[in-house]
Design a protein around this ligand. Sequence first.
Ligand code: AMP
Ligand code: ZN
Length: 458
Amino acid sequence: MLKFFNRLSKKKEEFIPYNKDIVTMYSCGPTVYSYQHIGNLRAYVFMDLIRRILKHHNYKINGAMNITDVGHLTSDEDEGEDKMLLASKKEHKSPYEIAKFYANLFFEDIKKLNIELPEHVLKATDHIQDMIDYVKKLLEHGYAYETSRGIYFDVQKFKDYGRLSGIELKDRKAGARIEVDNEKKHPADFALWIKAPKEHIMQWESPWGMGYPGWHIECSVMGQKYLGEHIDIHTGGIDHVTVHHENEIAQNDSLCGHQVVKFWMELEFLQIDGGKMSKSLGNIYTLSDLEKRGFSAMDYRYFLLTAHYLKMQNFTFEALEGAKSALANLYKLAKKHKMAEKKDENLSNYIKRFYDAFDDDLNSPLALGVVWELIKKEPNYAIYECLLEFDNLLGLNIEEKSNEDVVQIPHEVLRLAQDRWNAKQNKNYALADELRKQITSLGYVVKDSKNDFIIEKI
Ligand code: AMP
Ligand code: ZN
């Protein structure tokens, strides 16, 4: 029986979709003003695991994900500047160029991590008119009002506001995080449409003058346009629970007159070295940062699978190193089974426990434990076949990797090569030369291209 933790009911529930043949699923996607870091990528591996277990249960999926390229302000509570515009000023490029650049990098990472994209990947700027129409309807039905700054959702008109996070309206006061705006009827009222000053680069005509959409509206609009008024699963990060998802629920359910999303599923954050990732600490890593240090996207995917999505996961390079060597070992053992005779052996107990673990709210660490028990058995081709089946859920390229003769570059060499590259970027050529010598003495050579380097065995 497939079960997911539903944050709305705070319980693990049997997953029964609205329509038994096709599951509708919406995932909050990236804001493409910068690189997606490895924490963000945890959110999409999580989305991918849900899709894989649904497919294992023979469901068809109609999925949608937004690409936020307008309207996400520096604070989720509608304060500050649009993140796209800030990036545009910093990088001297148009917001559209910024969005295209970072969205493409995001798609590359997604591919490397074996994440299947949803059926609809949707840019907010392609749906401005749909958003205007939606806001008009909210106004007509009395759920929104106009101020000199824009159109706001009237949270007091939605009786269930706060059900997901458990934070009631009376406890949402204006303060440090919510700026006092005297025109707002309640501090938690949020912008659906923002009137733009003349110099604002991204703005569109609307019945309320030139402006741009608030951030929360795009997910309701695109969700309903592509998936309908009944959405089985909605995913996103834990940071979305208190504001963004509450606001989506308010928009959806008040306009449709019924509960739109059945399962709200938000994953816990990835931490770095036991703390928050932040620019000032210099500890925000991207997938390509990991690759430069000699880790593959699959090493990172394996690392993610070792923790349950509802648990905060702590990233350290030591832990990633552990994941890397475990995965290399897994490939090696898989190959041993591949080369073996097929023996008649009852593996049903392993198979059952593996799928039961995934069925039980995506318990990937438990499932990996079963893989290890199985893989350590006497070589048997039947085990290899079983591993390939499991890999439909794990997504670790077991088939491809068990065909390869893996040349492992020692970690010390990878580190030296990265240090040498950094030295060269900093024009410290003496140090770069010294490091090159050390690399050569270990039997490897580094070759530079314009933006990167490769390491070869001499
Ligand atoms: P953003 O590009 O900021 O809109 O975030 C994209 C997705 O990544 C959202 O679903 C966030 O909730 C999620 N997210 C952001 N930071 C982390 C983190 N450290 N760990 C896991 N998910 C995250
Ligand atoms: Zn969203």
